[in-house]
Write a protein that binds this ligand. Structure first.
Ligand code: AMP
Ligand code: ZN
Length: 472
């Protein structure tokens, strides 16, 4: 399997540190608002990478964080007159709902920056002890020029770097900025301002810089050296460059072997971002489309290419997805009536073709996760199924083709099977159970049943004649 490594700017054969296991870290969102569909791109793309690694038999330890302390969170908290904690908790919960809709698998560990402050203080202490960091009036800076490899990921020459560079996420305007030894030095710890959340530290009451968070969470949950570190391409510099400087200086070993970066999701050829205001939230899209459509749309392009969001492309994604789901559903009905006979030679030959398409799918994914080609391999199987499956062919053939489409779709995180409709009698049994639960004053169970039915699209109405139900 080949992965394009930003560090070497080449496609490289993937070899994990420990055979059979993959340690993977993906930088997560800052939680101060509903996520937009640009933020959803790395979630979908790297979840797909994970799924393919698992399909290949690797055990993947997948860690992705939430940045839950940040200037933007604090600003939003002040705006609403609530605590920063309330803002971040709210948007973590909302983000998890969106991720579920996008069929993004739960991470092995989803650390929160605010719960890892001790580890950050520890790493900063190590960096100070080793001479890579210094305290200036309560602000701790990283001594950028001391790290020899600085610039190796972003290919920036340290002497060309503009003084006082800033990134969108962390403007380095903090007190003590004047006492920096070098304009290139970046913040590891900064003192609180009035009313801001803070933690005790040897240097000041304050909070960590953004970059140190990921170095520490990655170390704690995956170890000093990891296989894959990933995120959007805007994170290459300075975020990932700074993570390397911190982790390698503190731990004395290579931080990550493969660096993967997704291209931007654009709108009218401009990066979708909150600051430009040209964004749709995942929630906006969910009002118009099943979120599976958004996932399918993202995978129709290579993850490193920019992708332009448009109604036309979303409609095309919707049609493509429907084609797959309809084929799988047709095969299911055919299977119910198909004969138990042996496969004919012709059917066997068609199955060989299916297997060739499976190989094509795998080859596409082996080549730096070319999901666009992987999707077209699935379409080839769908086309073959539509041409060759009818009520006269053996059930085994139909089942094999159907299972293959479902399995390959699942590697991409696409659910190809239509959700089973609930049978009337099952609905009525649940309604009876709910009535009993209410009589027993077990309201928790009663609500649970109502919600369960609601999820299946069954609406309940309490009338004088009893409970009535209908399908939404
Ligand atoms: P942020 O909350 O801004 O740090 O973003 C969280 C993740 O989303 C990072 O990996 C970003 O690189 C990524 N991201 C943000 N905007 C876009 C976009 N328009 N297209 C692709 N990825 C993005
Ligand atoms: Zn990060």
């Amino acid at each position: 399997m080949k992965i394009y490594n930003t560090l070497t700017r080449t496609k490289q054969e993937f070899k994990p540190i420990e055979p059979g296991k993959v340690r993977m870290y993906v930088c997560g969102p800052t939680v101060y608002n509903l996520i937009h569909i640009g933020n959803a791109r790395p979630m979908i793309v790297f979840d797909t990478v994970r799924r393919y690694l698992e399909y290949k038999g690797y055990e993947v330890n997948y860690v992705t964080n939430f940045t839950d302390v940040d200037d933007k969170i604090i600003a939003k908290a002040i705006e609403e007159g609530v605590s920063a904690d309330e803002i971040s908790k709210r948007y973590i919960a909302e983000c998890k709902k969106d991720m579920e809709g996008l069929n993004v698998k739960e991470a092995t560990k989803h650390p929160l920056a605010t719960e890892e402050i001790d580890g950050m203080i520890e790493m900063i202490k190590v960096l100070i002890d080793k001479g890579y960091a210094y305290n200036a009036d309560g602000t701790v800076y990283y001594r950028t020029r001391k790290f020899e490899g600085y610039g190796k990921l972003s290919k920036k020459n340290i002497d060309d770097l503009e003084a006082g560079h800033r990134d969108e996420k962390h403007q380095l305007k903090v007190s003590g900025a004047d006492s920096k030894e070098d304009p290139l030095d970046f913040v590891l710890w900064k003192p609180k301002k009035d009313g801001e959340p803070y933690w005790e530290s040897p240097w000041s009451q304050g909070r960590p810089g953004w970059h140190i968070e990921c170095s520490v969470m990655s170390k704690k949950y995956l170890g000093d050296s990891i296989d894959i570190h990933a995120g959007g391409e805007d994170l290459i510099f300075p975020h990932h460059e700074n993570e390397i400087a911190q982790s390698e200086a503190a731990n004395g070993v290579e931080f990550a072997r493969y660096w993967m970066h997704n291209g931007f999701l654009n709108i009218d050829n401009k990066k979708m971002s909150k600051s430009l205001g040209n964004f749709f939230t995942v929630r906006d899209i969910s009002e118009k489309y099943d979120l599976q459509v958004l996932r399918f749309f993202m995978l129709s392009a290579h993850y490193r290419s920019p992708i332009n969001f448009s109604d036309t492309l979303m409609e095309a994604a919707k049609n493509g997805l429907t084609r797959i789901i309809t084929a799988v559903d047709n095969l299911k009905h055919l299977m119910e009536n198909a004969s138990d006979t042996q496969m004919t030679d012709a059917q066997q030959k068609n199955l060989d073709k299916v297997n060739e398409y499976v190989e094509k799918f795998e080859n596409a994914m082996e080549d730096d996760f070319n999901t666009a080609d992987a999707v077209s391999a699935i379409f080839e199987i769908v086309k073959l199924a539509n041409q060759t499956a009818d009520s006269s062919v053996s059930a085994e053939y139909i089942k094999t083709v159907r299972d293959t489409i479902i399995k390959l779709s699942d590697v991409l995180g696409i659910i190809a099977e239509k959700e089973e409709e609930m049978l009337d009698e099952d609905i009525e049994k649940l309604i009876e159970e709910r009535q009993q639960a209410r009589k027993d004053k077990n309201f928790a169970r009663a609500d649970e049943i109502r919600n369960l039915l609601q999820d299946k699209g069954i609406l309940l109405e309490d009338t004088r004649e009893g409970v009535k139900w209908k399908r939404a």
